[in-house]
Write a protein that binds this ligand. Sequence first.
Ligand SMILES: [Zn+2]
Ligand SMILES: [Zn+2]
Length: 159
Amino acid sequence: MAKTHHSHPPRPEKDLESLIARCRGLGMRRTHTLDAVLGLLLATHRPLSASEIVDSPPLKGKCDPATVYRMVVRLEEQGILRRLGLRDRAAHYTIRHPHTHDDYIVCTRCGTIEELDMQCPVEALEDEIARKSGFTNLDHELEFFGVCPSCSDDHTAAA
Ligand SMILES: [Zn+2]
Ligand SMILES: [Zn+2]
């Protein structure tokens, strides 16, 4: 079930320390909640909604929900987390890694979210846009929507 990350192999411990260092560089204090939120997102490898974060085993009953919600918003404002809109679903959050990113595909029936397990399809386009527009440091966020294999199977069985 674990998806391979196309450009950033997971090294949770090292990543957690470097993320904490980035947060501290932005003026955030290292707290248990900060460690728990970042550790959870690193370990999960898929975007989580704020309520999923609050209700996850490492945080539930251990971190104050209001503090967790505020921290998630703050981390997104600081560029540590990426916020995915996912159309009419609750906002989901994932760690934003410098110089790399993931694009996502979302099932519109069951809400499953997967990383696109392929080379980013638009990096070459980004270079071309940079050349033509004169913009630098281009970034993008892709969210594709469709019906996942198990939802398609259900549909076939029911028909
Ligand atoms: Zn589905
Ligand atoms: Zn991409």
